[in-house]
Write a protein of this length. Structure first.
Lengths: 434, 347
């Protein structure tokens, strides 16, 4: 009997948990998770759902085979259920449909690309169509809608439709923003379409720049559109490319639903630069915050920028700030001409304190691209900044904030030619410590 | 002739000291004979010169024993104590033979501290260390990770303080290298041909510690190998820690191997159990011990689980919270240190 006790004692003594999975997960409020697939994953967007997150991405099997990918997770970023794949759709934006506290479905906006190497017209070798998928809570497609040029007339170039982003309005409609191009020689213009939740079209409207007299410029729309009190607002870059140089300025289209422009505030239209607005989000006070990238027309000296716009889409004077991965490390905004790193602004979220967190990337010298986070107050003054990353290329797709100011960030991490999606939840200071 | 002068000088010194030694050996025999004839008063003066210089160690021990006995019978206890003290200083391992030695001599011997007051020496060996995960921090979905033992060496100074025949207090100061391996496998599903794809990350963490283990040894029996068991506690200070890590991705490029510093808590505390033995050799013991060290404190924290962003982003590896357990096998040598003195009896 004594020997049994001795063996038990020794077993207890030398027992150890060697498999990490066998141990209790750390009780942390923050996390970072990577999702790997058989082929490269790229992140598109993260949305909060009642018990976790829905992450939209793409899996690239080959150049002409991209599959929309939906990953649902629990509160700690652990996959909840199987990862869903939707072939024939390159994802662009996600809208979670909720019925009270329950998710009732997902709407995935994307593009479908038809390849015809034998097309008689160059413009018809690749033809883009906008595709909308209505997916139920288990990830099964319930309904689809496609905007494409179905013409059988091979003597003309077919119209390309590309989805940009979507949202919902007070009338329980899906509002979809996209671009269309009638010919490779003609500029890209915007369209907005409203659908009910069964994907039946309610109205369709195109928007071009005839009103502002610049018909040879392209709309490059940011990744968000917002519907409020019958109006729609989004951010665009009005771009003109000439060879290796691009010239663009910022615009905030503010339109009445199914109607025309009510406002079209511009910034940088009288100077020469490359201005890209990539995201616009409502603040916790009045107006919106816009984030993007400003660079020279050859793409060099790129900095992240932030600007405020009011509720009618007017740029707020003196609100524009520029940030650089090197020069802003001491929490200072910089002049747009100063740049020691190649920076981009990719996404923005408002925070409960009235400020914003800007998320983008920075590439310092020969280092790889890293995540670049900047917290600004409501006036755009920088409060803190953070650079995160490893030896691979990390890029941001979206950032959201919860009611406590905690941040959830999705992005893409490329290592050795294979990319994965990451989902990161930090505290309100961008820290992963808590 | 001048060239041969050093040689003759050397020859003279050798001859002189040999002659002196032969002379002192004769003196010892003369003193023994004088003692046996009962002319005790003459013994001290006979031995005095050779005790200062001339006796070898064994002769010196015999001379002091003779001197002690002489003083005992001359009823000069203070001088007998002094002679006994000199005897024990000359040979701390001197042992009485109660069957032969006079009772007075045995009694006097027992009134002295004749045991070593401590032992000091060196110890060296190898350890096998493995983390005991207390809470997991997984960064990659669909992953399986395991820690395995790694071997490293340790060296240090060892002190033994015998309390009595059975119990010995044993503090040490060790320089320890510790290492262990981690392998993490992330399942990426199957490609279009049905092949299972994985990202496999392998890493070796190496740590350098200064350890202060303190154990209490319990000796079972007094034998040739003097077996004992021990238990105690170790307080360790981490000097540095780094991890060498790489990731292999099926059907894609690898993340090249690199070594990065990794932060660990500076102070660690462990419980120790050990078993070993001591073989009497020279003026001390050759020691051998097997020791198990069970970590009581975490060596890292949840708060710092993502601090090393290079490893997190490049290898998709979080820093799970763990304690360190290790086996070690050591050998060493401890030298007995004596300080003989007259024991004072408590009233």
């Amino acid at each position: 009997m004594k020997s049994i006790y001795a063996i038990l004692f020794l077993t207890t003594l030398v027992w150890a948990c060697n498999n990490i999975e066998d141990a209790e997960p750390a009780a942390k409020n923050t996390f970072i998770k990577f999702y790997h697939g058989p082929y490269s994953y790229t992140s598109v967007e993260v949305e909060r759902i009642p018990d976790g997150y829905a992450v939209l991405g793409n899996m690239t099997i080959s150049d002409d085979s991209v599959v929309a990918t939906l990953i649902r997770t629990d509160e700690n970023g652990n996959p909840a259920g199987e990862i869903q794949y939707y072939p024939g759709c390159t994802a662009k934006s996600l809208q979670v449909l909720q019925n009270g506290d329950q998710v009732s479905g997902y709407v995935i906006l994307g593009d479908s690309i038809k390849v015809d190497p034998n097309a008689s017209k160059v413009g018809n070798i690749l033809v883009y169509a906008t595709r909308i998928l209505l997916v139920n809570t288990s990830g099964t497609i319930q309904s689809t809608r496609t905007y494409r040029d179905d013409s059988q007339d091979t003597s003309r170039v077919l119209i390309d439709y590309r989805g940009n982003t979507l949202t919902t309005n007070e009338n329980n409609e899906l509002i979809i923003l996209g671009n269309y191009r009638e010919d490779l020689s003609r500029p890209e213009k915007s369209f907005v379409v409203a659908l009910d939740f069964n994907l039946n079209q309610q109205w369709y409207k195109t928007y071009d720049l005839i009103d502002v007299g610049q018909t040879d410029y392209n709309y490059v729309n940011a990744k968000s559109i917002h519907a409020k009190q019958g109006n729609l607002i989004w951010a665009s870059s009005i771009l003109k490319s000439t060879g290796e140089f691009s010239d663009s300025y910022l615009a905030i289209p503010f339109v009445e639903a199914e109607s025309t422009f009510k406002n079209f505030s511009m910034m940088g239209e009288t100077s020469s630069q490359l201005f890209y607005a990539t995201d616009i989000k409502p603040s916790n006070g009045p107006g919106y915050g816009v984030v993007g990238t400003r660079a020279s027309t050859d793409g060099s000296n790129a900095n992240m920028f932030f600007a405020r716009v009011d509720g009618f889409g007017n740029f707020v004077a003196e609100s524009t700030r520029y940030f650089d991965g090197v020069l802003s490390q001491q929490n200072e905004a910089i002049d747009f001409t100063a740049s020691e790193s190649q920076d981009t602004g990719e996404s923005i979220t408002s925070t409960p304190d009235g400020g914003f967190v800007l998320a983008g990337s920075t590439k310092i010298g020969s280092n790889s691209t890293d995540i670049f986070l900047i917290k600004v107050n409501s006036s755009g003054d920088i409060l803190w900044n953070k650079i995160l990353g490893g030896s691979g290329e990390e890029t941001i797709s979206s950032i959201i904030s919860d009611s406590d100011g905690n941040l959830t960030i999705s992005g893409t991490n490329n290592l050795g030619g294979l990319s994965s999606i990451f989902l990161m939840k930090t505290d309100s200071k961008g820290e992963l410590k808590n | 002739m001048k060239r041969l002068l050093p040689f003759f000088l050397f020859l003279f010194v050798v001859c002189e000291s040999y002659a002196q030694h032969v002379s002192c050996s004769q003196t010892l025999r003369l003193a023994q004979s004088t003692y046996e004839q009962g002319r005790l008063h003459e013994v001290p003066s006979l031995l005095q010169g050779c005790l200062t210089s001339g006796f070898n160690k064994q002769e010196k021990v015999s001379a002091y024993k003779l001197l002690t006995l002489s003083y005992l019978y001359l009823e000069e206890p203070e001088k007998a104590d002094e002679a006994m003290l000199n005897l024990l200083r000359t040979d701390p391992y001197f042992e009485i033979n109660p069957a032969v030695d006079p009772a007075e001599f045995v009694g006097l011997y027992k009134s002295f501290r004749t045991k070593p007051i401590y032992r000091v020496g060196v110890v060296m060996g190898v350890n096998a260390t493995r983390p005991n995960v207390t809470s997991s921090v997984e960064t990659a979905a669909n992953s399986e990770s395991e820690y395995t033992y790694g071997l490293a060496f340790q060296v240090g100074a060892n002190v033994e303080i015998p309390f009595n025949e059975k119990i010995t207090f044993n503090p040490s100061l060790l320089f320890q290298q510790k290492g262990f391996d981690i392998e993490s496998k992330v399942s990426r599903g199957t490609d279009l041909e049905g092949n299972e794809l994985y990202n496999t990350t392998t890493g070796r963490e190496q740590q350098t510690w200064i350890a202060l283990p303190v154990t209490v040894q319990y000796s079972f029996t007094k034998s040739r190998f003097n077996p004992y068991i021990a238990a105690g506690i170790s307080t360790d200070y981490c000097l540095r820690s780094d991890i060498t890590i790489e990731t292999i991705q099926d059907n894609a490029g690898a993340v090249q191997e690199k070594t990065v510093d990794i932060e660990r808590n500076k102070i660690n505390l462990s419980a120790l159990v050990a078993a070993g033995g001591k073989l009497r050799i020279f003026g001390g013991y050759f020691t051998g011990e097997i020791r198990y060290q069970y970590g009581l404190l975490n060596v890292n924290s949840e708060e710092k689980a993502y601090d090393n962003s290079d490893v997190v982003f490049s290898n998709n590896l979080g820093d799970s919270v763990f304690k360190l357990n290790s086996f070690s096998v050591t050998v060493g040598y401890v030298q007995n240190i004596f300080n003989p003195k007259k024991l004072t009896r408590r009233k």
